[in-house]
Ligand binder design. Structure first.
Ligand code: DAT
Ligand code: MG
Length: 156
């Protein structure tokens, strides 16, 4: 027997009264087996997972995702790293979730990110040209909407 599934669309899936953000467990987080720990922290905070998938992101998707950084010196290395292995893309829902997730993630540089945060507790500098900091989280409600549409086009 073949199992059949029905894909929910954004209207059914996402509560319009709540805020949403796009979280990505980056290739370093997935390779280190930290996906569960990162999801545990998101759920323990009280936020709800509304979409989740394991994928290898294309260069095109990543260039669009990081378009605001396209003139930065680290852009080529960032896109290369983000496409170097599987990532887990997650839609997270809750009141003020964009701000709340940025707080849970900690500062960009994992060496100085505060203890207690995902990057501060689980991340560190390595001997790599790019920065490995385990997670991405949208930086505003507008970015979140753009990024969710980009990473989950199948629900629109
Ligand atoms: P964040 O991921 O905290 O939103 P960002 O948007 O400024 O940070 O940068 C996107 C990613 O690019 C970041 O997660 C890691 C990488 N990055 C940022 N600044 C960098 C730098 N100075 N050198 C190398 N990589 C950097
Ligand atoms: Mg950012």
């Amino acid at each position: 027997m073949t199992a059949k599934s029905v894909l929910l669309d954004a209207q059914q899936l996402l509560d319009p009264a709540l805020e949403h953000t796009l979280i990505i467990v980056k290739p370093d987080g997935f390779a280190r087996g930290l996906t569960g720990e990162i999801i545990r922290r998101i759920e323990s905070k009280g936020y709800t997972i509304k979409g989740l998938k394991l994928m290898v992101a294309s260069k095109e998707l990543l260039a669009e995702h990081y378009r605001d950084h396209k003139d930065k010196p680290f852009f080529p290395g960032l896109v290369e790293f983000m496409g170097s292995g599987p990532v887990v893309a997650i839609i997270v829902e809750g009141q003020r979730v964009v701000e709340g997730m940025r707080n849970l993630m900690g500062a960009t540089d994992p060496t100085t990110a505060a203890a207690g945060t995902i990057r501060g507790d689980l991340g560190r500098a390595w001997n790599t040209p790019h920065m490995e900091n385990l997670v991405h989280g949208s930086d505003s409600a507008d970015s979140a909407n753009r990024e969710i549409t980009l990473w989950f086009p199948e629900i629109y």
